[in-house]
Ligand binder design. Structure first.
Ligand code: S3P
Length: 168
């Protein structure tokens, strides 16, 4: 029985929400998704928040949501790809649960985010270059908080879940 949160961290498009929802079902725990909670509270989608408040405004909202979900009953919590950029978020996740870093190759991430218009950071001329740049910056941060590292390249969500379960 899990008595603390499981945080899923990793880059955009890696499958945190899909895997998180399935994992929560498997464990009979609630599923939370910080991006969706931010949107519900704001009454607007993420592109709108980035437009109106900039990335820094979004990050403030993200930390507030994380602070709040940490204090709720244990859940599987999918986070936004940039959650690890804020020291306070890294501290909260390591204090309040087990952190699982989901990895995928750049090729996979490019493919999985290709038709997406909801991720402001990837609305650029060369999204692949942006993904490489973001990964270079964040990979050490993901690793610094991770209790479990799971590569999702070769297997589907079900295999990823089995691997996570074997570590819990
Ligand atoms: C972001 C990732 C997004 C969302 C926002 C910023 C990032 O979440 O939080 O667009 O900085 O990597 P996903 O990782 O679920 O796409």
């Amino acid at each position: 029985m899990i008595d603390k949160h499981v945080f899923l961290v990793g880059p955009m498009g890696v499958g945190k929400s899909t895997i998180g929802r399935l994992l929560a079902g498997e464990l009979g725990l609630a599923f939370r998704d910080t991006d969706r909670i931010i949107e519900e509270r704001t009454g607007a989608d993420i592109p709108w928040i980035f437009d109106m408040e900039g990335e820094s405004g979004f990050r403030l909202r993200e930390t507030q949501v994380l602070e709040d979900v940490c204090r709720e009953a244990p859940a599987i919590i999918a986070t936004g790809g940039g959650i690890v950029t804020q020291p306070r978020n890294r501290e909260l996740m390591t204090d309040f649960g087990v952190v699982c870093y989901l990895q995928a190759s750049v090729d996979q991430l490019v493919e999985r985010t290709a038709r997406d218009r909801k991720r402001p950071l990837l609305q650029v001329d060369k999204p692949r270059d942006k993904i490489v740049e973001i990964l270079a910056e964040r990979e050490p941060l993901y690793r610094s908080v991770a209790d479990i590292v799971v590569n999702t390249d070769r297997h589907g969500p079900k295999a990823a879940i089995q691997e996570i379960l074997s570590h819990l």
